[in-house]
Design a protein around this ligand. Structure first.
Ligand code: NAD
Ligand code: UGA
Length: 467
């Protein structure tokens, strides 16, 4: 029999920790869930009475938090107290690519995972199940176990003081931003890796409240850790594959959407993740593949490393290619030209801009002297300034924001669509074209706009993957 879990602590109140714990609390009213973070501002935002101001934007998140917060879902900066009270601690801290030292540019920076493991080692009481929720290099559980093991106090038989013991599990998260709540409420699978059957069943019992048993996969620790990196590598590989074919379509008169449909109907290939675009963004695909590449090199598998590295190389090339193509079509120069950029987030339905393709593309165009006017329904001007590394300015080689696509288009030579926000499928091209300087262009890197309507309104249209 496995002991029931009554209290959970999650270290890290980010894009994963916040939504994941909110759903667990919502589905398991009998478990007290406390999400802790060092970042007091972030915790304050999670506690904001106005649910429209949570630090993470996800459709449906406000309702879930609204139901559970204050009942059995809590957000706090008191890390040690929450660890001490917990039967189970999730480590959901950031694991970005190292910027310095050995493995810089590829390996994961594990300083936050190590710090949080040390904090658990110091503050835990009794038996604590520690769950790796962050995406980690395979064999990180060894490190976590070593840190916890040094603090473990097994008591001899008859010693009535409380023992301090740990079990370590790997439970990677597969949610995608923009659909986090739907993904958490009905996951394709939940993956639990571990060595201690009782600990595995404790965690499986939590998910089992709302996830069918046949979707809860149990593996050893290393398979679980490696499956997360592998899943992201496969997903990203599909995007680089279709983007490579998009370039060939443009050169040959084929249309990547027709090719995508033709291959996607093969059930072995499947129809999802075949959308050509400006290259993948987001905080994880690039970092996780680079981490995989680093691990392969570490184990002496140079050809395997090179194979996966090419997925990232192709992605960077796709982003550069789009910026270059815009300059070329606009008669070889964009200096002083007003370009409207629609969408800055790395995908629709999120306010996240980490590694967004828009960043590189905008930077390249700014470098060429363009005047960018950027619109995004969820990304703030302050965030754009941070990402582009320069404050807003209407000068040549500068950027500013506008309140609507129509306003951004006023006097512009071109419109670039970089994020597939649904509204961009319904733009009034007659009204927009009337505001633009002729000849005017639409560069649709997401192939979401009504290209026929834009052409009918007199625009020159480039769509990704259309020859
Ligand atoms: P994030 O940066 O949004 O959140 C991490 C949080 O951890 C930050 O708020 C940070 O302040 C906090 N933190 C770091 N060290 C701490 C400590 N010692 N004590 C308390 N708080 C601490 O990151 P995220 O996007 O939520 O990602 C977390 C992990 O989940 C990463 O490993 C990532 O690869 C993985 N992941 C992310 C996604 C996603 O969609 N973003 C999906 C699946 C997996
Ligand atoms: C991705 C995975 O889908 C999740 O399973 C995983 O948990 C997560 O990474 C993670 O580990 O962080 P996410 O990055 O949030 O989720 O979003 P995706 O929907 O995968 O999109 C990633 C990027 O690929 C976006 O820039 C998106 O626009 C792009 N994309 C996606 C395409 O260009 N074409 C497609 O067909 C699909």
């Amino acid at each position: 029999a496995h002991p029931p879990i009554r209290t959970i602590c999650c270290i890290g109140a980010g894009y994963v920790g916040g939504p994941t714990m909110a759903v667990i609390a919502d589905r398991c009213p009998g478990i007290q869930v406390t999400v802790v973070d060092l970042n007091a501002e972030r915790i304050a935002a999670w506690n904001d009475p106005d649910l429209g101001r949570l630090p993470v934007y996800e459709p449906g998140l406000d309702a879930v938090v609204g139901r559970a917060r204050g009942r059995n879902l809590h957000f706090s900066t008191e890390v040690d107290a929450a660890i001490a009270a917990a039967d189970m601690v999730f480590l959901s801290v950031n694991t970005p690519t190292k910027t310095k030292g050995v493995g810089a540019g590829q390996a994961s920076d594990l300083r936050w995972i190590e710090a949080s493991a040390r904090q658990v080692a110091a503050s835990a009481r009794g038996h604590t199940i520690v769950v790796e929720k962050s995406t980690l290099p395979v064999r990180t559980a060894e490190t976590v176990k070593a840190i916890l093991g040094a603090a473990q106090q097994n008591r001899p038989e008859g010693d009535r003081r409380q023992a301090k013991t740990f079990a370590v599990l790997s439970n990677p998260e597969f949610l995608a931003e923009g659909t986090a709540i739907a993904d958490l409420e009905a996951p394709d699978r939940v993956l639990i890796g571990g060595e201690d059957p009782a600990a595995i069943e404790s965690l499986a019992g939590i998910y089992g409240t709302w996830v069918p048993q046949d979707r809860i996969l149990r593996t050893n620790l290393w398979s679980s850790e490696l499956s997360k990196l592998t899943a992201n590598a496969y997903l990203a590989q599909r995007i680089s594959s279709i983007n490579s074919i998009a370039a060939l379509c443009e050169a040959t008169g084929a249309d990547v959407r027709e090719v995508g449909r033709a291959i996607g109907t093969d059930s072995r290939i499947g129809s999802k993740f075949l959308q050509a675009g400006p290259g993948f963004g987001g905080s994880c695909f690039q970092k996780d593949i680079l981490n995989l590449v680093y691990l392969c090199r570490h184990y002496g598998l140079e050809e395997v490393a090179g194979y996966w590295e090419q997925v990232v190389t192709l992605n960077t090339w796709q982003q550069d290619r789009i910026a270059r193509l815009v300059v070329q079509r606009l008669f070889g120069t964009v200096t002083g030209k007003r370009l409207a950029v629609l969408g800055f987030a790395f995908k629709a339905d999120t306010n996240d801009t980490r590694e967004a393709p828009a960043i590189r593309i905008c930077q390249d165009l700014i470098e060429e002297g363009a005047r960018l006017v950027i619109v995004d329904p969820k990304v703030s001007a302050a965030q754009i300034a941070e990402d582009l590394g320069q404050p807003s300015s209407p000068a040549d080689g500068g950027w500013q924001t506008a309140g609507s696509p129509l306003e951004a288009a006023s006097g512009a030579d071109a419109i670039l669509i970089l994020t597939e926000w649904r509204d961009y499928a319904r733009l009034d091209w007659g009204a927009i074209a009337a505001q633009m300087r002729r000849p005017a262009w639409l560069f649709d890197a997401r192939a979401i706009a009504d290209a026929a309507a834009a052409r009918a309104a007199g625009l020159n249209v480039w769509r990704v993957g259309e020859g």
